[in-house]
Design a protein around this ligand. Structure first.
Ligand code: NAX
Ligand code: K
Length: 658
């Protein structure tokens, strides 16, 4: 899924209109229809008179009925005990009884009655059956678990239907077309049983975002939902296609208010469509816009934003004061960068990307479109990663590469150990942990699968500059060198790192203090490496590398990561919620797997190990960085789920969940 800036979106709009001849008003009509459908979907989810519905999910197309979770409460909830998580796709419907659904990239299945456990990666999870079922899917569509006990899994293809008992009878009846005959169905996406209980305010700005809201209002009326227009500016000031929409709404007799002139109490409605500001906004909302945004947030009503929450910087994810706090953002045509970076990602709520007639293939032709949401599809199709992590039937430990990790000191031995163990769990055939000699008696046997290479430390348990010789020698027979977890600083460390940078003929992964050494060195003068370098900074380390403040780094993570990776010809992994991976060729990937529970010491060391383990298996730098971040986040989600309470998650749990 592409991630675009406002400027790139404008160019794609222009090309669609001018080169393909699709009228702007047609695009706006599609946008309005999509927004209305998502309002109806939200009304369905929360039931009559429901309150706010804030979640944070990503989904593409689909719309009503396709979103995770249905039934009484928030998304993904079910009757009884259930636990649903979704990344990249739609979470499934939690079933009755105990169900546990997770989805990555695809649609999570429906948890069945009784106990079911469904997970899906890349494909659509099936329906858990009644009784006990356990389903998992990778890459394909899963089948339906039947009644009784069933256990189904599918990889790459479509799982069959494990149907039995009553479910089988029902299926047969459907297949035989019982109730054949004349049937008519309505416009389901705009059908709402309790439409007459809904009253929505549509906040309309002066530009095309306002035009989208006006089109949505007509479609909502078509669905039987009362829609009242609230103009931020005098309606006469609208121009172009937005003015056409204004006139159509007026001709239909839609009630309209003007902010500042007419009495308005947003709390009297059941929801709000925010169509004040879109990708044409500049700076913090001013005047009536700012006042309407603040009033909408105060109202406590569900807010559906058109394209982006008004007040959000569409490119960076920075939020101005004030900024709409949306329940749902209906992002039009292509995902805007600002919706996947915090704090914008939080302000947007659930993000649904809806097609409006701008071909996404145009984005592929644009030289400037360089950012993508990291989904299983992007991993497989764009990056060419085998996400199944298949092992060859003829494989042996030598097939899967050998990692050399340099890290750990007496006081920070755990960082090295975590990293080395994670490299093994990522699938590396062999891992050698080079460590100061003094540590040996303490860590020997801590992970029997590891090989240990003690480096002469003069009895101090810390690294020293003379160890470079031994590391250079060892790296000659290894496939990747990872440096940094628990490394510490020492006299001559800059020259030490320079020797390893210039003298090793394998990919390098640098983390923690290796990054701090790099930040103090002017490494642009170091000899150019033939083999790739992956840097894995957290925002503080990134700030030191880039000579900026941490706040500046966080203000535009995608932009900064892209610029740094291109300038220094490295693959950069800028960690934090929604980690950004930027390649030296100018591509960025934004990851959305992960869990707040992963904010714990050692989680970064685990990531370094995972990326190194993947590199050792022959993945290239972009593949290893992107897939490593994705897997690390997914393992964190799983571990948090297994712990019961995410606050209890520790880094070792992430390794065990890999
Ligand atoms: N261009 C197209 O063909 C399409 C555009 N679409 C919609 O149009 C939006 C972009 O429309 P526009 O470019 O007209 O821009 P916007 O509708 O985002 O807003 C621009 C207007 O808002 C005002 N404004 C800007 N910054 C402000 C601030 N800080 N405080 C107060 N007022 C401010 C200005 O008067 C300006 O005219 C998209 O986000 C999307 O919703 C969709 O209808 C699809 C097609
Ligand atoms: K908006």
């Amino acid at each position: 899924m592409y991630l675009v800036t406002a400027e790139q979106m404008r160019e794609l709009d222009r090309r669609t209109i001018e080169e393909l001849g699709i009228p702007a008003v047609a695009l706006m009509e599609n946008a309005g229809r999509a927004i209305a459908e998502e309002v109806v979907a939200l009304c369905r989810r929360r039931g009559p008179g429901g309150g706010r519905d804030r979640g944070n999910r990503w989904s593409n197309g689909g719309s009503s009925g396709g979103d995770g979770g249905s039934g009484g409460g928030a998304d993904g909830s079910s009757n009884g005990s259930s636990n649903c998580s979704s990344s990249g796709g739609n979470g499934g419907n939690g079933g009755n009884g105990s169900s546990n659904c997770s989805s990555s990239g695809g649609n999570g299945g429906n948890g069945g009655n009784g106990s079911s456990n469904c997970s899906s990666s890349g494909g659509n999870g099936g329906s858990g059956g009644n009784g006990s079922s356990n389903c998992s899917s990778s890459g394909g569509n899963r089948g339906n678990g039947g009644n009784g006990s069933s256990n189904c899994s599918s990889s790459g293809g479509n799982g069959g239907n494990g149907v039995s008992g009553d479910a089988a009878a029902a299926e047969t009846a459907r297949a035989h077309g019982e109730r054949a005959g004349f049937q008519v169905s309505g416009d389901n996406a705009l059908t709402l049983a309790h439409a007459d209980a809904e009253r929505w305010f549509i906040l309309v700005g002066k530009g095309n975002n306002g035009g989208d809201g006006l089109a949505a209002a007509r479609h909502l009326r078509e669905a039987g939902i009362a829609a009242t227009l609230v103009y931020a500016v005098p309606p006469e000031s609208l121009t172009g296609v937005a003015a056409l929409q204004r006139d159509a709404a007026a001709a239909l007799g839609l009630p309209a208010l003007q902010y500042g002139r007419d009495r308005l109490d947003l709390a009297e409605g059941s929801g709000i469509v925010d169509a004040l500001l879109g990708t044409g906004a500049a700076g913090a909302p001013r005047g009536a816009y700012a006042e309407l945004i603040a009033a909408a947030n105060r109202s406590g009503k569900a807010i559906v934003s058109a394209d982006i929450p008004s007040g959000l910087d569409a490119d960076t994810g920075a939020t101005h004061e004030p900024c709409i706090q949306a329940s749902v953002t209906v992002c039009l045509a292509l995902l805007k960068r600002g919706l996947v970076q915090y704090p914008g990602a939080a302000a947007a709520g659930r993000v649904v990307v809806r097609s409006i007639g701008i071909p996404s293939s145009l984005a592929g032709e644009e030289d400037g479109v360089s950012a993508h949401l990291l989904t299983p599809e992007v991993l497989q199709q764009r990056l060419g990663v085998d996400v199944t992590r298949r092992r060859s039937p003829e494989g042996h430990k030598g097939t899967y590469g050998h990692v050399l990790l340099a890290g750990g000191t007496l006081r920070m031995s755990g960082a090295g150990l975590l990293s080395a163990r994670a490299a093994l769990r990522a699938g590396a055939g062999l891992v050698t942990w080079a460590l100061p000699q003094q540590l040996l008696p303490y860590v020997a046997g801590a992970a029997p699968e590891l090989m240990l290479a003690p480096a002469e430390d003069g009895g101090a348990g810390v690294w020293n500059a003379a160890t470079a010789d031994e590391l250079l020698r060892l790296s000659g027979q290894r496939d990747v060198l990872a440096i940094g977890p628990g490394l510490g600083r020492f006299a001559g460390d800059t020259e030490w790192l320079r020797r390893l940078w210039e003298g090793t003929a394998c990919p390098l992964v640098l983390d923690a203090d290796a990054l701090n050494i790099l930040a103090e060195a002017d490494y642009s003068g170091w000899a150019q490496r033939k083999h790739p370098v992956i840097l894995t900074p957290h925002p503080g380390e990134m700030a030191r590398l880039a000579g900026r403040s941490t706040a500046e780094v966080q203000a535009d993570r995608i932009g900064l990561a892209l610029a740094y990776a291109a300038e220094h010809q490295v693959t950069l992994v800028l960690k934090g919620a929604h980690t950004v991976i930027a390649t030296s060729e100018g591509q960025a990937y934004v990851n959305t797997t992960g869990h707040p529970g992963m904010g714990t010491g050692g989680a970064g060391d685990v990531l370094t190990g995972v990326i190194s383990g993947l590199l050792a298996q022959g993945l290239n730098a972009a593949q290893a960085a992107a897939f490593g971040v994705y897997l690390h986040g997914e393992a964190g989600e799983k571990a948090a789920c297994e712990r019961g309470n995410p606050a209890s998650l520790i880094a070792g749990d992430i390794i065990e969940a890999l």
